[in-house]
Design a protein around this ligand. Structure first.
Ligand SMILES: [Zn+2]
Ligand SMILES: [Zn+2]
Length: 136
């Protein structure tokens, strides 16, 4: 009985992970729930959310949490940088390598032992720029 339930949990988690890795949109839990429901029609938002927390703890995915905005989820667990559009909230991977020297420089200047860092660039995406130009 317990084993059966665990297996079902694992199957749900697997589908959630696959759906998250199938997109580069960095969806919110809500948006991912909409995708997962196509495969698991009865799954609740709460279940999706709990599994996203577990997957984050397992190091399979990343939770992107910035003060003042909805949590977003990333199927790529390796460190990389993001760009966020202030107008449409689009979140995309920045096409640049992680700058390891940032941690070294800061560590040399402070007493901190730096373990990781996240970097997010904020601006206006090309689509929103085009809209702004149209309205001008
Ligand atoms: Zn935009
Ligand atoms: Zn990403």
């Amino acid at each position: 009985m317990l084993k059966e339930r665990n297996l079902r949990m694992t199957r749900q988690r697997q589908v959630i992970l696959e759906e998250l890795r199938a997109t580069d949109q960095h969806p919110s839990a809500d948006a991912l729930h909409e995708r997962v429901k196509k495969k698991l029609p009865r799954i609740s938002l709460g279940t999706v959310y709990r599994n996203l927390e577990i997957l984050t703890e397992l190091g399979e995915i990343r939770t992107i949490a910035l003060a003042g905005s909805l949590k977003r989820f990333d199927g790529i667990p390796q460190n990389h940088y993001h760009m966020r559009c202030m107008r449409c909230d689009r979140l995309v991977d920045a096409p640049m390598d992680v700058v390891d020297s940032l941690e070294r420089v800061l560590q040399e200047k402070t007493e901190f032992r730096i373990l990781s860092h996240q970097l997010e660039f904020t601006g206006i995406c090309p689509d929103c720029q085009a809209l702004l130009d149209d309205n001008a």
